[in-house]
Design a protein around this ligand. Structure first.
Ligand SMILES: C[S@@+](CC[C@H](N)C(=O)[O-])C[C@H]1O[C@@H](n2cnc3c(N)ncnc32)[C@H](O)[C@@H]1O
Length: 451
C-alpha cells in the first residue's frame, strides 16, 4: 500500500512537520488492524477486563483481535462502542479542561454515526444536555440508534444544517466540530480514501470546514469552548483552520497538557502559534487524527429562553412510576401518541431546541398509552432510567442471538406480561410473555440478518 501513498502529501508532511517518511510508509505497509472499544460507564461490563488500556481514555481498551461484534449481545445492549483509539483523546481534553466538573449544554455538530457523541455523553457532567446533530438525513437514524443504545436520556438528536444553529445564539457552553475532511488519517483502515485523495479535495474540504464553522459559531457562548478535529494530516484542514479561527472569529487557542510518553505530536500553527495535537500511526496505537481547542473571546448576545412558552403537560406521572427509576428527575412530554421523558432541568432547553430545529429524538421514548396499558418503547428497554422493578429474564448466548434475530423464543417461566430480555444482566429489548407463547418485540429494523 505504501507505494500508493500520495507523494504530494508525504512531501508536504516532511516539509511542514518533518515526519519520518520511512516509518510513515512502513506502518502503512504493515496493514495492521487496530481494534479498540470504549466501555459505557452506565452499563458496565467485565467482559473486557485484562485488555490493554488506551492511555488517554480510562474507558478505552485495545482488543487483540476483531471479533464479529454483531454476534455479541453486549454490543447490542450498548455496553461498549467500537471506536478508533486516537479520537478517544477527546475524553482526555474534557477532563483536563475540567469541563466535566459542572453541567454544560454541549453540541456535537457533525455527529453521525455517534462515536464522539457517545463519548461526550459519558464524560460530561451527568446534569449536562448533549445535542447531537447530523446534516445528512440518511445518517441521522444510525446516530439516534447509537445514542438510544447508549441509554442516557439527557440527549437530543437533531437533523439540521449548521446554519440553523444561528437561531440559538450564545446557547452552548461546548461545541465539538469533528469536521468532514479528506480522510488521509484513515489510509490504513480504508484504502479507498487513498485513491480519492487529491490536493483539490483537501482545498475543497478546507473551504467546507470554514463554512461549517462560520455558519454555526454564533451558537457558542462567550467564553465557551470549541473542540475542532479532523482525521486529515493536511495543514490546510488543521493548523490553517486554527489560524483562520483566531483571525476571523476571536477564538483563543488552549493548550492541552498531556503525557509526552503518549507520543502525540504537539504542533503550532504558522501564524498565531495555536496548539494542535497530531496522532500519527507510526507513533501512537491509533489512526491519523488532529484536534485543537479554543475559547471564544467574542462578545456574544444570547438566545432569550423567555421567548419559549412552557405548556403544562397533561401527563400523569404516577402512571409512569412503575416504569422509571424512582430517583430519576424527569419531565414527561407528549409527542404525537408517545411519551418522552427528558431531564426536568432541561425542559426549557429542549423546548428552545424544538422551537428552532428539527428534532429526531429527544430524551427517552417511554412508550405509547393505549386504553388498557402503556405499550413500552424499545428506547425504554435500553434506557438507564428504566425501573429495576421490571421483570428481567436472563438469556443464554444462543437464545439472546435468536432474540436479536427477532426469531421465536421458547422459555419456561412463571413470569407473565412485559419482560426485559437480558444478556449478562443488560437489557436487549422487550418480550411479552403470554400463557401459550412469547412475543418478541425486538424492532424489525434492528434485527440481525445474514449472520
Ligand atoms: C468525521 S464525520 C463525523 C464522525 C462522528 N463525529 C463520530 O465520531 O462518529 C463528519 C460528519 O459530518 C457530516 N457532514 C458532511 N457535510 C457536512 C456539512 N456541510 N455540514 C455539517 N456536517 C457535514 C457527515 O455526514 C459526517 O457525519
Amino acid at each position: 500500500m505504501s507505494n500508493f501513498l500520495p507523494s504530494k502529501l508525504i512531501t508536504a508532511l516532511k516539509k511542514d512537520f518533518q515526519i519520518d517518511e520511512e516509518e510513515f510508509r512502513r506502518i502503512h505497509r504493515q496493514q495492521e488492524q487496530i481494534t479498540s472499544i470504549r466501555l459505557n460507564p452506565t452499563k458496565w461490563t467485565k467482559a473486557f477486563e485484562n485488555k490493554d488500556h488506551i492511555p488517554w481514555c480510562p474507558t478505552g481498551y485495545y482488543l487483540n483481535e476483531r471479533p464479529i461484534f454483531t454476534l455479541d449481545p453486549l454490543f447490542h445492549a450498548g455496553t461498549y462502542y467500537v471506536q478508533e483509539a486516537s479520537s478517544m483523546f477527546i475524553d482526555h481534553i474534557i477532563r483536563s479542561l475540567n469541563i466535566d466538573k459542572k453541567a454544560s449544554l454541549a453540541l456535537d455538530l457533525c455527529a453521525a454515526p455517534g462515536g464522539k457523541s457517545t463519548l461526550l455523553n459519558s464524560v460530561l457532567h451527568p446534569d449536562s444536555l448533549l445535542v447531537s446533530n447530523e446534516i445528512i438525513k440518511t445518517r441521522v437514524n444510525v446516530l439516534a440508534d447509537n445514542l438510544t443504545k447508549w441509554g442516557n436520556f439527557n440527549v437530543v438528536v437533531t437533523n439540521n444544517d449548521p446554519q440553523s444553529f444561528n437561531r440559538l445564539p450564545g446557547f452552548f457552553d461546548l461545541m465539538l466540530v469533528d469536521a468532514p475532511c479528506s480522510g488521509s488519517g484513515m489510509f490504513r483502515k480504508d484504502e479507498q480514501t487513498i485513491s480519492e485523495w487529491s490536493e483539490e479535495t483537501v482545498n475543497l474540504c478546507s473551504q467546507r470546514q470554514q463554512r461549517i464553522l462560520s455558519d454555526s459559531l454564533s451558537t457558542l457562548k462567550e467564553d465557551g469552548i470549541l473542540i475542532y478535529s479532523t482525521c486529515s494530516y493536511s495543514i490546510e484542514e488543521n493548523e490553517e483552520i486554527a489560524d483562520w479561527l483566531v483571525a476571523n472569529h476571536d477564538m483563543q487557542s488552549i493548550p492541552i497538557p498531556h503525557d509526552l510518553a503518549w507520543q502525540i505530536e504537539e504542533t503550532r500553527s504558522p501564524k498565531f502559534q495555536c496548539h494542535g495535537y497530531r496522532f500519527y500511526p507510526h507513533k501512537v496505537r491509533g489512526e491519523g487524527f488532529y484536534v485543537a481547542c479554543f475559547r471564544k473571546k467574542k462578545n456574544q448576545p444570547t438566545f432569550n429562553t423567555k421567548k419559549i412558552k412552557i405548556e403544562k403537560t397533561q401527563l400523569d406521572k404516577a402512571y409512569l412510576k412503575n416504569w422509571i427509576k424512582t430517583e430519576t428527575e424527569f419531565t414527561g412530554l407528549l409527542f404525537k401518541d408517545d411519551i418522552l421523558i427528558i431531564p426536568t432541568q432541561h425542559e426549557l432547553n429542549v423546548k428552545a431546541l424544538q422551537h428552532v430545529l428539527y428534532l429526531k429524538k429527544a430524551g427517552t421514548n417511554v412508550g405509547r398509552l393505549t386504553k388498557k396499558e402503556l405499550l413500552p418503547h424499545h428506547e425504554l428497554a435500553l434506557s438507564t432510567a428504566i425501573s429495576n422493578q421490571i421483570p428481567r429474564i436472563e438469556l443464554s448466548l444462543e437464545t439472546a442471538l435468536q432474540y436479536l434475530r427477532k426469531a421465536d423464543i421458547q422459555l419456561t417461566t412463571e413470569v407473565k406480561g412485559w419482560v426485559l430480555a437480558c444478556y449478562d444482566g443488560h437489557p436487549l429489548g422487550w418480550m411479552k410473555i403470554l400463557p401459550n407463547r412469547v412475543n418478541n418485540y425486538y424492532p424489525k429494523e434492528w434485527r440481525i440478518i445474514n449472520l
